[in-house]
Design a protein around this ligand. Structure first.
Ligand SMILES: [Zn+2]
Length: 95
């Protein structure tokens, strides 16, 4: 699964967002079934600070998914898409 969505940071962000989404879904399901299905809390409940850091990382990853990664490898991966046409300014013809 390398180089699918860009650089490793973008891949990690996507994985974190997926983990956060699934975990949040489990929290909701656990509420109905009367159990704590918060996997992050179950795994890291003994270390609250680590647990909070995971939540913060998931939040940062979500923001990253909104704005996109600006690194070179991510730009290259987006080259084929027509959504970045505006960035190619036409002022390079300097004669
Ligand atoms: Zn990137």
């Amino acid at each position: 699964m390398m180089k699918k969505g860009g650089c490793s940071a973008a891949s990690i962000a996507m994985i974190l967002v997926i983990i956060g989404a699934i975990n949040w879904g489990l929290v909701g399901l656990g509420g109905f079934f009367g159990g704590n299905w918060n996997v992050v809390n179950l795994l890291l409940g003994s270390w609250p600070v680590v647990e909070w850091i995971i939540y913060i990382l998931v939040g940062i990853a979500g923001v990253m998914m909104i704005f996109g990664c600006k690194c070179l490898s991510c730009k290259e991966s987006c080259e084929g898409r027509p959504t970045t046409m505006n960035q190619n300014s036409s002022n390079m013809g300097g004669n």
